[in-house]
Design a protein around this ligand. Sequence first.
Ligand SMILES: Nc1ncnc2c1ncn2[C@@H]1O[C@H](COP(=O)(O)OP(=O)(O)O)[C@@H](O)[C@H]1O
Ligand SMILES: [Mg+2]
Length: 540
Amino acid sequence: MVERPASAVKELVENAIDAGAKSVEIEIDDGGRAAIRVSDDGCGMARDDALLALERHATSKIHSADDLVGIATFGFRGEALPSIASVSALTLETSPADGAGTVVRVIGGAVTEVADGARRRGTTVSVARLFHNVPARLKFLRSARSEWRAVADAVTSLALAQRGLHVTLTQDGVRAMTLPGATSLRSRVGAIWGGAYADALVDVDDVAGTVYVTGLVERPSDVGTRTRRAVLVINGRAVRDAGLVRAAEAAYRSTIPAGLRPSIFLDISVSAESVDVNVHPAKAEVRFRDRWVVERAVENAVRRALGTPASSHVVGTWGSNGTPSVADERVLLRSNAHTLGPLDPTPEPETRETETVPPLVQLRRTYLMYEHDEGVVLIDQHSAHERVLYEQFMNRQPTVQRLLFPLTLHLGPAEGDAFEENRELFEKLGFEIEGFGGHTLLVRSVPMPHERFDAERCLRETLDALTGDRMPGTATRHERLAATVACKAAVKAGDTLSAAEMRALYLALGRTTLPAHDVHGRATIVRLSWDELERRFGRR
Ligand SMILES: Nc1ncnc2c1ncn2[C@@H]1O[C@H](COP(=O)(O)OP(=O)(O)O)[C@@H](O)[C@H]1O
Ligand SMILES: [Mg+2]
């Protein structure tokens, strides 16, 4: 169970937390191979309890049978302290109140000394010469540096889970981390990795039934540019759970290139009865009564976060500490999705959103620009339209045009085969196509994304991409085809858009679930803050 210094540190810090500590000091020498010391200001132990605690299966944490259901504390097996003591030279100094206390020394599991020792309320456990009597374990310890890294990782996870705790970590006498008790995850992350790192993360806050998901996740445009970190906290404890990490990552689908992994810091609350955290001896894996429900809640929560303005690319700072102002919600992004139309220059009668669209300017026949309270917002017209079409295709609500004169396409055998294989998917995208003998297709209806749309060219290029396996790397074939057709069908850089088309694109983008990201993992929106401009012009 105690495999390396990091696992001993984790057990000792969890005991401190269970003891109600407000502050924990952790000192590590030689990566924990020479010494580990964990001091807390928790409830401490009376002498009898201290001696009992060093015996196997002594735990003070089960008071009733109910405690076995939905364990709120970190351990209830009463094994950590004795098993660490059995493979080290351990000193336990503890006191339930300031003043008189107890010192117990144990070597290789045998108590060698019990003495008085004055100290303030709390407990200090010093572990020296870990595994000195277990050569097999000792042999498998890595270098001091990698053991130290594992310790630092474990402490970081614990600190993120227990944000109120004051934590210090010292390596060979040098302070490596000082974390004052924090009130929010953002400030904790900022204390660990810096304010700029923390400010660039997007808030997650969503509830689905009894599953409550909060936390911080990386902006898609930042993914891959910084160290990837994933921390999951369930009901207050850091866990590793590949399934939940996958669920969170699935939310990024179509916003980042395949293969990149986002940083995620998620706090998940579920009712205590629906989770069993004590199944794995290292207590890092979780068993859920209904795993699927939790995974779906996580994916939806993250996806919703990625649909907020805060997730779009920003140059400078936008609003206070990088979070969006209310104005963002008002101006660009709207959540009420109704049926999306094409970039139709004739405004639909039910469109009563004229006031919510700011004056838009087209730049370089490529970008739409508008002014915002916080700065200038630039939209890439192609990327944005691609996102709009992709979601239309995925929701099976493309605008379809029936051709007056069906289009005839003569295909080579490879394209013909690619078409046959994907026939149904093409139909979902709004193509109505009949085989016409051999590899000749008769196209009766096509999606109608905008006036300049060249359906024949789009179809040919898509079939070409299908045979050449040059599809964007998202999960399903439907998604890949939708992404490809969206890319071919979207307005291009270089297309002049009318004012009405710009407005339609703006509104349609605002109705997508992920307006800030195109389907290749690029930004659709770049926000350049006044703040940043003023800095560059030397105005501040
Ligand atoms: N830092 C501490 N402060 C107060 N009590 C402690 C501390 N560490 C351990 N204990 C006591 O020792 C017992 C045994 O600890 P441990 O072996 O980790 O088992 P468990 O935490 O699973 O109960 C705990 O139940 C607790 O009563
Ligand atoms: Mg314990």
